[in-house]
Design a protein around this ligand. Structure first.
Ligand code: GRF
Length: 200
């Protein structure tokens, strides 16, 4: 059983997919915290509906990044998670936050990294003309969408796609990919060897 803290800023469909997998007993985990930096995030409403004690830590209410992160870190310390799961969390984490949870923060990115890091990855993929894109679940390090890769899933890019259509097709795969990554981390021994996450 692994303890998960979810950080989100928006829709929360990846959070909901993880919740569903736990409820279906497909994932041996417990969600011990749901935290949003946005008070109006639909993901927070969803979390409350599902019976979680969800917390809003509005970054606009703090004078700087450090003060905002200090409050998030305080809530995390109370929840004592094994992993911090970024699920559409639209804030960059400082180096000291990353260090506090080194190799225990996961993110999902809607491209096959290292292609198309940063914002609007699906639009970047369309503009570049790639025929295959996908999603990547990775550990968070100090680089932008750069840490060791845990799971990737490929998704075809169709000629008729715009960024919106591609994003929807990738999102379907994101949900399974995030659950698969957490299943692997909860059920198997692994080591991080440079950039490689090696499962035994
Ligand atoms: C996803 O596309 C994810 O890859 C990106 O942000 C989006 C979050 O979607 N990091 P949701 O809030 O989980 O529905």
């Amino acid at each position: 059983m692994i303890r998960l803290a979810i950080l989100l800023s928006g829709r929360g469909s990846n959070f909901a997919a993880i919740h569903d997998a736990i409820a279906a007993r497909a994932l041996d985990a417990e969600i011990v915290a749901v935290i949003s930096n946005k008070p109006d995030a639909p993901g927070i409403a969803r979390a409350l509906e599902l019976g979680y004690q969800a917390d809003v830590v509005n970054h606009r209410a703090f004078s700087n990044r450090e003060a905002h992160e200090a409050e998030v870190l305080r809530l995390l310390a109370e929840a004592n998670p094994d992993f911090v799961v970024l699920a559409g969390y639209m804030r960059l984490l400082s180096a000291s936050f990353i260090e506090a949870y080194r190799n225990r923060i996961l993110n999902i990115h809607p491209s096959l990294l290292p292609a198309f890091p940063g914002v609007d990855a699906q639009a970047q993929a369309i503009a570049h003309g790639v025929k295959v894109s996908g999603c990547t679940v990775h550990f968070v390090d100090e680089g932008l969408d750069a840490g060791p890769i845990i799971v990737q899933r490929a998704v075809p890019v169709l000629d008729a796609d715009d960024a919106h259509a591609l994003a929807a097709r990738i999102l379907e795969q994101e949900h399974g990919a995030y659950v698969e990554a957490l299943q692997k981390l909860s059920g198997r021994r692994y080591r991080i060897d440079g950039r490689r996450v090696v499962f035994q």
